[in-house]
Ligand binder design. Sequence first.
Ligand code: LRH
Ligand code: MN
Ligand code: MN
Length: 389
Amino acid sequence: MTDLAAVKAALRTQAVETPSWAYGNSGTRFKVFAQQGIPRDPREKLDDAAKVHEFTGVAPTVALHIPWDRVDGAGGYAGLAEHAAQRGVKLGAINSNTFQDDAYRLGSICHPDAAVRRKAVDHLLECVDIMDATGSRDLKLWFADGTNYPGQDDVRERQDRLAEGLARVYERLGEQQRMLLEYKFFEPAFYTTDVPDWGTAYAHCLKLGPRAQVVVDTGHHAPGTNIEFIVATLLREGKLGGFDFNSRFYADDDLMVGAADPFQLFRIMYEVTRGGGFTSDTAFMLDQCHNIEPKIPAIIRSVMNVQEATAKALLVDREALAAAQRAEDVLGANAVVMDAYNTDVRPLLRELREEMGLDPEPMAAYARSGYAEKIVAERVGGQQAGWGA
Ligand code: LRH
Ligand code: MN
Ligand code: MN
């Protein structure tokens, strides 16, 4: 029997980080659809993120992306952190950007030209300076580096350049800071990608040291990849730094987490909880963009999807499962897992929210709040998230 009080207590500790860029206008490479009421600056993105936290109670931090959230003057990044605090949220991971500059046509920290590599490393070091000002713990690194054609560059040398650049940034990290290295199997490079998979990310992080950890973006795998196995393995090795949650049907779709495959999300969260990863040492972040749907409700829905998957994962009767496994009862063991997955956890979560002083129905409560109408009236000329133009 699972202890429902313990499940609720665990759920109270949940923290899902929302990404500043999900609040801005976004699209595909074909079209960015402008919505109304979109934030005009990083502070307004934080205002929106604070609403997500207000209605869900489990989204207390916001990831920034530099340079999309660059602030000059007006208190700088410390002022931004202060603004977040006034709204009841905190600044989370700093996401670097070494993919939107003309200089990076052939890569950033793996580029054949040392001057370009230096530029990329300087940007990453600047991100650590920003972390010092914001009090952020995590630097999230994703590299668009790779090649499009066999022979274009020396793929082994590119690994050496990567190791060298990462080491310089690692040395700069403070005691309490970490770097989270994200992998992605293809795109924008189509032949080789310099950090294509968890194994490559793991190998680099292992060499760097304990403050280098792997981040699993759920959209960055080939179809059919067993992501929960990767999660279990990284947790066993003490190298799971966090997640970029989203869901995919075909490629890096960046759709709402749990929309395409809630069962996969449950399986991932089961390995997280079973493997001792449901703690603040794992950064549970969203990395999504909402191109055709209203953004704040989509983010509320995403946070709730993570919460539902987590509740189901916590409901797995581990003792019954272990007993069935010991008894070599294949169907019995599978039934224990499926029972948890098939449980309607919405009543439990409604109860939890009421206990937390929240409205039991975050989507409806947000819709009733009038915030959507208010921002449409007040904000004209919202900011683009940063890509897709
Ligand atoms: C790359 C990616 C990465 C970036 C984000 C904006 O596909 O997922 O995490 O930081 O997009
Ligand atoms: Mn990502
Ligand atoms: Mn991505």
